[in-house]
Design a protein around this ligand. Structure first.
Ligand code: XIL
Length: 368
């Protein structure tokens, strides 16, 4: 009897201890959930990225903190472009890109490479001067091999070719100069229209583990270019050209029709490839006026457009194809848009002091 009582009281005590333990664990759990700050990445089921600049990452504390707190992925805004890595023939400069990658790796962030091949006037001058097709192709192959090998194992993915299609015709670009008379890297004209496929093969040889993307802009409003990309992907699949994903740059504005945004996301998702919203920003000043006054109405329109884009991506792209959404810049003061449009604009999620704007709330709401 005495023993029996002892066992009962022991059971009672250990029962109480057990119950206390459960309460303790539950509290800990609630606390750790509460402690998790509201950030873009903490609210997302796919990587959220920023296009970043190494100098700002080094010198600008709020910029750096915003990126490290909010992002799960980074893209170099400029320093991994051929114009920066290989401005002079035979000379490869990896210093700034390496710095960025070291910071990203130390903080456990994914790195997306941007971009192996790009036609613009900023392409290396020595490359633009080559008019012989064999020579230009060899130069590009060498570039992709050298750069791809250098970053092998450090970058998860690459934009292999950027903006190959002509806005007016939807065909591969064949122009040697732009409308301002500046010289372009005329890849289509010199190498031929099938150059894109060969660049993907070279990229795959350089880093067989990297996910390879084709990146394009204006897919929300230019259906000729959208169709061109889809046709190219179908052709690549038939010929086993190694392509794993599509980048929708999505430099849009507060008036870009939602139907066009949805259509581009849906058509890209239907290819079965990974889909990356790769350079998102939402301009507030589509009329490109010099001095735009920011009103509550404009901020609200921007909030809703961000919410729409993010929610559409989440809803339309199957989870296993969601490569992520990358913002093209951090705070409004760093955005490329004012330089590009020669106007005032505030297209990003953070203001010039890196305070979250209403657009940020829209992005978070879209993630929910
Ligand atoms: C832009 C950068 O943001 C600018 O700083 C630079 O002067 C020019 O390039 N599409 C792209 C990006 O694929 O590489 C461009 O980035 C923006 C448009």
């Amino acid at each position: 009897m005495h023993h029996f009582r002892k066992i009962i009281s022991l059971l009672l005590i250990s029962g109480k201890t057990f119950a206390l333990l459960i309460i303790f664990i539950a509290c800990e759990k609630v606390e750790s959930q509460e402690a998790k700050p509201v950030t873009l990445q903490n609210n997302a089921s796919f990587p959220i990225g920023f296009a970043v600049d190494p100098t700002a990452m080094k010198d600008n504390v709020p910029y750096q903190k915003t990126v490290l707190d909010q992002a799960g992925s980074i893209t170099a805004e400029n320093v991994m472009k051929p114009s920066r890595i290989n401005a002079q023939k035979g000379v490869f400069n990896f210093e700034k890109a390496d710095y960025l990658i070291d910071v990203a790796k130390a903080q456990g962030k994914r790195v997306h490479g941007h971009t192996f091949v790009w036609y613009t006037n900023t392409a290396p001058t020595w490359m633009k001067q080559i008019k012989d097709s064999t020579e230009l192709e060899a130069a590009l192959k060498n570039y992709i091999q050298t750069v791809g090998t250098h970053f092998k194992g450090k970058v998860a993915s690459w934009d292999v070719v950027n903006e190959a299609f002509d806005n007016a015709t939807g065909e591969i670009r064949m122009a040697s100069t732009d409308e301002k008379g500046q010289t372009l890297l005329n890849l289509g004209g010199v190498i031929g229209k099938d150059y894109v496929a060969r660049m993907f093969r070279y990229a795959h040889q350089a880093d067989p583990d990297a996910l390879l993307f084709y990146n394009e802009y204006g897919q929300e409003t230019n259906t000729k270019k959208l169709d061109a990309v889809l046709k190219m992907v179908a052709d690549f699949k038939k010929r086993s050209v190694p392509v794993h994903g599509l980048g929708l740059q999505m430099h849009i504005n507060i008036n870009t029709p939602n139907a066009g945004i949805e259509n581009a996301i849906k058509k890209y998702a239907d290819t079965g490839l990974l889909v990356h919203i790769s350079e998102l920003d939402i301009a507030m000043n589509p009329a490109r006026t010099k001095d735009l006054a920011v009103t509550a109405e404009l901020l609200d329109k921007q909030l809703h457009k961000y919410k729409f884009v993010v929610a559409a991506y989440k809803r339309i792209v199957p989870a296993k194809q969601q490569f992520g959404i990358t913002m093209w810049g951090v705070g409004d003061a760093n955005s490329w848009i004012p330089g590009f449009c020669s106007c005032t604009d505030f297209p990003l999620l953070f203001d010039s002091q890196y305070k979250p704007k209403p657009a940020y709330d829209g992005f978070i709401e879209g993630l929910k």
